[in-house]
Design a binder for this molecule. Structure first.
Ligand code: FMN
Length: 390
């Protein structure tokens, strides 16, 4: 493993866990206060993070009332945050379906300038019905066609950028998604609940990149990791139980719905047979398979609540509950096993869980050279060299 691992923090107001905003002491009152996100960025920069990831799911969804969303447009927030905290970069989601190449090129070029050259575009080929409704119910191309069209969008954007262009990031997991990521991504986000799954995906993506004439070392694979930190293993488990108890049925239904999975009408205590993807679902399609693998590992008497208890906050990503030392050991083991090139760190609850990470995990990762942007990829070649037209 050559490069210094890339460490990104998942920007979230009160934590990635669906129950976190209901924890006593959660910063829910500051949801609409931009200075809160600047404080988060300072904490992450101080903890050696290279950048922050700003997710984005455009559109109003009726179930949203049980799920807290920040009221900000993420590239504007990222610009404000990186202008205030020069030591940190920002990767922000942008849609190839609901934005034009001109808009995307200008937006990320600007973020690149404001962030001192540490900006990244998480390329999503949005298919969510809620988003289409927010754009006048426009017809959205089907899943694989969206990836084919996205290639043209990315090439047009690359044509408009100079040499110091933002990072290209992607999270395709389906066959079409992996091909797209292998052709264009410099960073690939993956959802892998086990080391073996991550390692297999990483080597598959590197092989595909080489098949496209790319240097596989120009592609970094970053799994998400949900961290639930406690002074002892049992304290961390107790925190997880408390968070799980705060997940409403609405929030569970909304989360599963994002992945094309329907929670039975009879609710969370319904016996769990299998996790089935709705064939008509046009949003994120590959996650249902990951959730089904987790469900099959629970046991015969499992209920949907048992599944939610396992995936709340992680949503199919690696989830680790324990002391800071234990979490650092797991992260170092994944890096040593070449299962990844860094991580997207999710904090079960914020800001307390983030402070715990910075104080008890990050110091045990510095041995790998992590700190102050060391992991942010430095480019050697031009776009034409990096992304050969094949
Ligand atoms: C870490 C991570 C972050 C993601 N962030 C977003 C996001 O902000 N907005 C979005 O619409 N999709 C997001 N996705 C979903 C991906 O863009 C993609 O739709 C998903 O991985 C499924 O890929 P597939 O369509 O190839 O199956 C994310 C996925 C991962 C793994």
């Amino acid at each position: 493993m050559s490069a210094i691992p890339l460490l990104l923090g998942d920007m979230h107001h009160s934590g990635d866990h669906e129950g976190a905003w209901r924890l006593p002491g959660s910063p829910i009152e500051r949801l609409s206060d931009p200075s809160y996100y600047v404080e988060v960025a300072r904490t992450l920069a101080g903890g050696g993070f290279d950048g922050i990831f700003f997710a984005d799911f455009v559109g109003f969804d009726p179930l949203v009332k049980s799920v807290v969303r920040w009221p900000f447009e993420p590239t504007t927030l990222a610009a404000a945050v990186t202008a205030a905290v020069p030591d940190i970069g920002a990767v922000v989601t942008g849609s190839t379906v609901f934005a034009t190449p001109e808009q995307l090129a200008a937006t990320y070029r600007t973020l690149g300038a404001v962030s001192g050259g540490r900006a990244g575009w998480n390329i999503v080929t949005t298919g969510a019905p809620a988003t289409a409704r927010s754009f006048g119910d426009v017809a959205v191309p089907e899943h694989d066609e969206r990836y084919r069209l996205a290639e043209g969008v990315v090439r047009e954007v690359l044509d408009r950028w100079g040499a110091d262009r933002p990072l290209l990031v992607q999270a395709g997991a389906s066959e079409a998604g992996r091909q797209f990521a292998a052709r264009f991504a410099e960073v690939v986000f993956i959802a892998a609940p086990t080391l073996e799954a991550a390692r297999a995906t990483r080597f598959d993506l590197r092989r595909r990149a080489a098949d496209f004439g790319r240097d596989p070392d120009e592609l970094r694979v970053l799994p998400g990791i949900l961290t639930i930190i406690g002074p002892t293993a049992s304290a961390a488990d107790e925190l997880r139980r408390r968070l799980n108890a705060l997940v409403t049925e609405h929030a569970a239904r909304h989360m599963l719905g994002m992945y094309g999975v329907e929670l039975p009408g009879s609710g969370l205590d319904t016996p769990l047979r299998e996790v089935v993807l709705d064939g008509n679902h046009q949003g994120i399609r590959s996650r249902a398979g990951v959730l089904d693998t987790i469900a099959r590992g629970i046991g015969d008497a499992a209920t949907w609540r048992d599944l939610i208890d396992r995936i709340a906050g992680s949503r199919g990503h690696l989830a680790v509950a324990g002391t800071g030392e234990h979490i650092a050991t797991v992260m170092n083991r994944w890096l040593e096993a070449e299962a990844c090139d860094g991580f997207v760190v999710k904090f079960a609850h914020s800001p307390a869980g983030m402070h715990d990470f910075v104080e008890t995990v990050a110091p045990r990762l510095t041995g790998r050279g992590i700190g102050r942007g060391n992991g942010w990829p430095v480019r050697q070649r031009s776009a034409a060299q990096s992304f050969p037209a094949t």
